[in-house]
Design a protein around this ligand. Structure first.
Ligand code: M6R
Length: 616
């Protein structure tokens, strides 16, 4: 959840750290801090509760030394509230060393008691300070940062990325990870550490991903990765495909708005190099082997939040095309239900960040049970794809706004590629039909582009509804997960009670919620795909309208049948049955963003949230 940056080189570390933290702020934004070893060979720190801007103000008023070695942290609180004192870095060895942490140290209470018994005093309520104090004691004993750090990480349980510096070893940053992310950026005469590549993308695109239970020591001219026992390990370098500007807001008023407008590209780039001669060939899946894929008799998708809703959209098409039963399980529930997984089960994880702890643990569990695992992920060098048998990257580019938008459409696109690839191997969909689906997929970016034109209309609606306290979303078939996603967007951005329902479920209880004036968004399926389903949704609209609901229908532009029954109609371009969600979700994303904006809320960093949820 927290963002971590480390730097050693020849630039002024504070500037590098603040730049990196700015790009990582989406990971957590309730406090921030930096520690730098100054030219006076002393450690200097600054930390502040609140967003990064508060730390910047503090540093403007009280600048710290211009050192070239440092670490920086942006926090999402777990243990201890978001206060100045609980902000990282935490200090050890009488203020000579600083440590930052992402994750949860599960045995911190035992360790803290042990340290308290030795007379060690604590300033904060965090689990992280325990690691700082332990490191202080070890350093005092060994006078060797590497050895002391190794001894400390060996004593911790839980999930952690840790970075530390000691004033007696200027020009050195040490780091370690277990179940929490850490990547290395390789420069000329300088090196970087970060929770993800965004931390250093401004300076280098050459990176190394550190594996589980590994430690790294960076100096300006060297990078050494070892396991926790100190054995040197080789790590594969990779080139970051994003460029620095992709992670900048540019001239946009928010990252979310920028990312919504990037949705056509997110889909187009995810399709690129996976379509050949009108058919789907996904090289990353070929690596799994056609025989294995041909034998898959069940698919389980594991994911959380928006990614799980993308999975739910995917189930309809994959089942229809590849004739394999597909279910979606919330990643945090998966392990605890003794899931039925066999060697012929394909477990598909979906995660924008590739670091969501719940999803990572589900993937590990699936592998232990013998399943084949495929990761659909948007972030290079992330943990989940590296822990999976195959990785199918979505090429949506960096998603910075906490609310997921472009990643969602890219995830559905990747699932469709997976479904069509499987259908080809399993011979479950005739070539002509596969090609027709490919043509539909290729047409999606232009249709999303066209849909973006509804923005002004939707903004108007959002402004009218700025005082609304509750909104419902209804959909059937692939419209159902879109209803869920519409509700999630509204909750997380505008802090409004919102719920998504399968339209057919309404009469089984939720219809009692309808009262005069309640806004209800209804995702209307095209009558061209199923007259029956369309008729049923129109009936549902009449049922709620009869009870006073204010109906906002999302319907394809030629659908005149909906007009007499809806208070508002948002007209969408025509699309194939399985492709409607890729278009229908756009107005709902815009609506949530505009309603939040109308309420004066921060659409990029909603309260209490973090983009990358690296705790369970
Ligand atoms: O990085 P991931 O895709 O694994 O994240 C999963 C969810 O935490 C994420 O989709 C969350 O629900 C978003 N805030 C929704 O906008």
């Amino acid at each position: 959840m927290c963002g971590i940056v480390g730097y050693v080189g020849n630039r002024e570390a504070v500037g590098v750290l603040l730049g990196g933290l700015k790009r990582l702020e989406y990971r957590g934004y309730d406090s921030a801090g930096v520690a730098v070893i100054g030219p006076d060979a002393a450690l200097h720190t600054a930390k502040k509760a609140g967003k990064l801007a508060m730390l910047r103000n503090e540093l403007a008023e009280h600048p710290i030394a211009a050192g070239v070695t440092g670490i920086g942290h942006t926090r999402w609180a777990t243990h201890g509230g978001p206060t100045d004192v609980n902000a990282h870095p935490h200090l050890g060895d009488e203020g000579k060393l600083a440590l930052i942490h992402n994750g949860i140290i599960e045995n911190f209470a035992d360790l803290k008691n042990e340290l308290l018994a030795q007379g060690v005093e604590f300033d904060s309520e965090t689990d992280s300070e325990v690691a700082a104090k332990l490191l202080g004691l070890e350093y005092a004993r060994t006078k060797d940062l590497r050895a002391a750090f190794r001894a400390v990480v060996g004593r911790l349980t839980g999930a952690f990325t840790l970075l530390a510096v000691h004033q007696d070893e200027p020009g050195v940053v040490v780091g370690a990870r277990r179940n929490s992310p850490l990547v290395i950026g390789l420069g000329e005469g300088e090196n970087f550490l970060g929770s993800d590549v965004a931390a250093f993308i401004e300076y280098t695109r050459q990176a190394l991903a550190i594996g589980q239970d590994q430690m790294v020591v960076i100096t300006p001219d060297s990078v050494t990765v070892t396991d926790f026992d100190g054995n040197v390990v080789e790590v594969e370098p990779f080139e970051v495909q994003w460029d620095a500007s992709a992670a900048d807001k540019g001239g946009w008023s928010s990252f979310m708005l920028k990312e919504i407008t990037e949705e056509p590209d997110a889909v187009a780039n995810t399709l690129r190099e996976r379509l050949h001669d009108g058919d789907v060939v996904v090289p990353e899946l070929e690596a799994l082997g056609d025989d294995i894929l041909a034998g898959i008799d069940r698919i389980t998708v594991v994911a959380a939040g928006t990614a799980a809703y993308a999975g739910l959209v995917g189930t309809y098409a994959i089942e229809a095309w590849a004739r394999v039963p597909v279910d979606v399980q919330l990643a945090h529930e998966f392990r605890y239900r003794d899931p039925i997984v066999t060697p012929t089960t394909l477990v598909v994880s979906i995660s924008q960040s590739g670091e969501t702890m719940d999803t990572l643990m589900a993937v590990k569990h699936a592998r232990e049970l013998g399943a084949k695992t495929v990761s659909i992920c948007n972030t290079q060098g992330a943990t989940i794809p590296r822990e999976s048998d195959a990785a199918l990257y979505t090429h949506a580019g960096p998603e910075v706004a906490v609310a997921s938008t472009k990643a969602f459409v890219a995830q559905i696109t990747a699932l469709y590629l997976l479904g069509l690839h499987l259908a080809r191997i399993k011979k479950t969909l005739p070539t002509g039909e596969r090609r027709a689906m490919v043509a539909e997929l290729e047409a999606v970016p232009a249709k999303i582009q066209k849909t973006l034109a509804v923005h002004d209309r939707v903004r108007q609606l959002a402004h009218w509804m700025a005082d609304t306290r509750s909104v419902l979303f209804l959909g059937r078939h692939v419209g159902y997960p879109i209803a869920l996603e519409g509700a999630l967007k509204l909750k997380e951005l505008a802090y409004i009670h919102a719920e998504g329902f399968a339209a057919g479920e309404l009469k089984h209880g939720p219809i009692a919620l309808i009262e005069p004036g309640l806004p209800v968004f209804v995702i209307v399926p095209s009558p061209r795909h199923s007259e029956e389903m369309h008729r049923k949704v129109i009936s549902n609209i009449q049922e709620i309208r009869a009870r006073g609901a204010r109906v906002i229908a999302l319907a394809e532009q030629a659908d005149a049948a909906v007009l007499p029954f809806a208070d508002e109609v948002i007209a969408l371009p025509l699309a194939g049955k399985f492709f409607e969600p890729l278009i229908g979700v756009i107005p709902l994303q815009i609506f949530a963003m505009e309603l939040a904006a109308a309420k004066g809320l921060d659409v990029d960093q909603p309260r209490n949230l973090a983009k990358s949820v690296t705790v369970e």
